[in-house]
Design a binder for this molecule. Structure first.
Ligand SMILES: *Cc1c(COP(=O)(O)O)cnc(C)c1O
Length: 224
């Protein structure tokens, strides 16, 4: 199927769930992104700052750019002027820097806090204690250019559906808890970013509001 057909297929599949499709275009050339754009896709996800800024400069300005990967503090300044949503905020220090760069650009940047839900050492994210420490900190209380709009998580890379489902359920229940405890103008919890090509169906069933799908739309990636 073409990129456009994949976009249509995903949008009709997620419609009943009231979720949003983030088309993950990392490593793909601009012409592929434009095919998605022409099929109506406006939300695109990238995981490398340099690639994200280059694509932002070259492509239509009404694209909403999602930073979905691990973000280094010294690179926040490059995306702060335009990024739509940062999915992977995994430390207070990173949030401090995002707030500072957002202020310089006179904007409020929407962020998701990344929660560690998988059983893999390599995945980034906060645990529940760290998440609450962050939200209770005085540094966070003083930030004026940040809005936390939800949580993001990545399940274990496994064929075992029960494991994936349990991890997504955990993220959903943490989301509900944070939402009821911290709801405010600055912690306006509406989004749960979970689910990728291999596990988006389970994620939707467990309450995802944003699925981040790359290879099922653009084809497999080649990292050479
Ligand atoms: C690459 C990536 C995705 C998309 O992965 P696919 O398996 O190609 O759908 C989703 N989320 C994050 C954080 C990624 O880095």
């Amino acid at each position: 199927m073409s990129i456009a057909e994949n976009i249509f297929k995903f949008n009709s599949e997620i419609e009943p769930f009231n979720a949003q499709l983030i088309a993950v275009s990392k490593t793909k050339p601009n012409e592929d992104l434009l095919q998605a754009y022409e099929a109506g896709q406006r939300d695109l996800g990238e995981n490398k700052v340099q690639e994200l800024t280059a694509k932002f400069e070259e492509l239509p300005k009404d694209i909403r750019w999602h930073m979905i990967g691990h973000l280094q503090r010294n690179k926040v300044k490059y995306i702060a002027p335009f990024v739509h949503l940062i999915h992977g905020v995994d430390s207070l220090r990173l949030l401090v820097e995002i707030n500072k760069q957002a202020a310089k650009n006179n904007r409020v940047i929407n962020c998701l806090l990344q929660v560690y839900i998988a059983k893999e050492e390599s995945k980034f994210g906060l645990d529940e204690t760290e998440l609450e420490e962050l939200l209770n900190s005085t540094e966070f209380a003083e930030m004026e250019n940040i809005k936390i709009v939800g949580l993001m998580g990545m399940a274990t890379n496994t064929e075992n559906e029960a494991v994936i489902r349990r991890e997504f359920k955990g993220l959903k229940s943490l989301f509900e808890e944070i939402k009821s405890k911290y709801n405010s103008e600055k912690v306006a919890m509406t989004e749960i970013s979970m689910g990728m090509t291999g596990d988006y169906r389970i994620a939707l069933e467990e309450g995802s509001t944003m699925i981040r799908v790359g290879s099922a739309i653009f084809g497999s990636r080649n990292y050479h």
